[in-house]
Design a protein around this ligand. Structure first.
Ligand code: SAM
Length: 218
């Protein structure tokens, strides 16, 4: 019994470290994530279909491997993560791109993104959403920093229970309530399995747009 309790305590300490890496253990977990999530990061960046004009933001970048892949294709990649250990590790991994000004990594949370409105064409996150301190305010801030028509890609991991389907339903509702449109979910079998969720920031239709449509149409 005591052995079972000790091993479940170790497992939950490790789970906590994946969500909020800190100290020496956090750095080790960062290196492990860089290896374990390699295929998933490549699949996410392939899905983003980046062009040399795109300004991109990753939220909860962890070891910074997806940032590095995205920076090969985009004009500019920014990233935020509240873990000091992950910021240091990701900065080391992206040193040359940071020095050339194509990558900028900061210590910050999803719910207080340090960027002006409509800065990014694309925002993405990989396995970090479940750890955000406030999902509602995080999504509101993602919507704020995306340009109209911009895309948000989430890569969600299958949890320990069979709840991904209901999680996806709740997430789709939350995204719609926040103001996102064109919400699509697709299951994947990479790593522990999970789902990609894509959502868009809708274009604003102004009075002058309407007048122009009426004028051109009539
Ligand atoms: C499981 S790790 C995933 C790291 C990386 N995206 C990857 O795929 O390897 C979760 C990450 O989310 C970050 N995180 C935790 N709370 C956060 C928050 N409120 N806002 C943004 N990121 C957060 C953690 O610091 C950690 O780096």
């Amino acid at each position: 019994m005591a052995t079972k309790n000790r091993s479940s305590a170790r497992a939950s300490t490790l789970d906590r470290q994946f969500g909020h890496p800190s100290g020496v253990m956090g750095s080790v977990v960062g290196y492990a994530m860089a290896i374990e999530h390699k295929k998933l990061h490549q699949a996410v960046v392939d899905r983003l279909v980046l062009s040399q004009e795109d300004k991109v933001l990753e939220i909860g970048f962890g070891p910074g491997t997806a940032v590095k892949l995205a920076a090969r294709h985009a004009a500019f990649v920014a990233g935020v993560d509240p873990s000091m250990e992950m910021v240091l590790q990701a900065k080391r991994r992206n040193g040359p791109a940071i020095r050339s000004g194509r990558v900028q990594l900061q210590r910050a949370s999803a719910s207080a993104l340090p960027f002006a409105n409509e800065t990014f064409d694309i925002v993405f996150e990989v396995n970090s959403f479940n750890h955000w301190d406030s999902k509602e305010s995080g999504l509101t801030d993602v919507l704020r920093v995306l340009r109209a028509g911009g895309r948000f890609l989430m890569a969600l991991r299958q949890g320990h229970g069979p709840s991904l389907e209901s999680d996806l339903e709740m997430l789709a509702e939350l995204l719609a309530r926040t103001g996102f449109s064109q919400i699509e979910c697709e299951r994947h079998q990479l790593g522990h399995g999970g789902a990609f969720v894509t959502a868009h920031k809708p274009y604003k239709v102004t009075f002058s747009d309407l007048m122009l449509v009426l004028f051109l149409g009539g």
